[in-house]
Design a protein around this ligand. Structure first.
Ligand code: DX5
Ligand code: ZN
Length: 215
């Protein structure tokens, strides 16, 4: 069964407490929080106080996806805000190994996110150091986009890299996941599905999460 991580980017920000209650009452194991700085991606989302507020309302695994430049400056602040997993973009980190060591030394799980055009082969030398790879299946910055089909092949490539070396690294897919494509994504080798629009814009989000978990 895949881990489902509802992405609060698609939630109703006027009703955050109720959205947290919805996730709490669902079978979702994680929740996903998208941080954007207006530089690494052409959008700004929300920041530390919102992460801390959501964290205080749920005990689900808090999976924070940093779409920001110089993430190392903020890693400790996100740990203090309650992040369990902290994911940085390979494209934003010229010293990725240092970022990963920092995240782990702060007591969090270390994730690396890769944009759709970034080859998974670039992760080869660092893979044994990371806990989680976030394979972006849309160009980061916005919710509600269409899944980019060629990223399915990247899931399979990464699955093979991980399995051949018997590593304990989770593959997370982020962007455009729907009830129609989730089975194919899981079959390709994904462990974690980030789901924004499909969950939060549904009439019955708890039921959508349950349906995703049956796949
Ligand atoms: C996009 C974010 C995603 C986004 C997914 O930059 O990283 O986590 O919230 O939203 P949907 O599921 O609507 O594509
Ligand atoms: Zn994300």
């Amino acid at each position: 069964m895949a881990i489902i991580a509802p992405s609060f980017l698609a939630s109703d920000f006027l009703r955050l407490a109720e959205e947290c209650n919805m996730v709490n009452s669902s079978g979702a194991q994680w929740l996903h929080l998208d941080i954007m700085d207006g530089h690494f991606v052409p959008n700004i989302s929300f920041g530390l106080p919102v992460v801390a507020a959501i964290r205080s309302a749920t005990s689900k695994v808090c999976d924070v996806h940093l779409m920001i430049e110089e993430p190392g400056i903020y890693a400790e602040a996100f740990r203090n805000a309650g992040a369990d997993n902290l994911c940085v973009h390979i494209e934003a980190c010229p010293h990725l190994h240092r970022n990963i060591q920092q995240i782990k030394s702060l007591g969090m799980k270390a994730g690396v996110a890769v944009n759709p055009h970034t080859p998974v082969g670039l992760l080869s030398d660092i893979l044994h150091e990371v806990d989680l790879v976030n394979l972006m299946s849309v160009n980061p910055g916005f919710g509600g986009q269409q899944f980019i089909p060629f990223t399915l092949r990247k899931i399979q490539q990464l699955r093979t890299m991980i399995d051949e070396r018997n590593l304990n690294v989770l593959i997370e897919i982020d962007g455009g996941v729907t009830l129609n494509n989730a089975a194919e994504i899981i079959a390709a080798g994904a462990d974690v599905l980030v789901v924004g629009t499909t969950v939060f814009k549904a009439k019955d989000p708890v039921d959508v999460i349950a349906q995703l978990q049956k796949l």
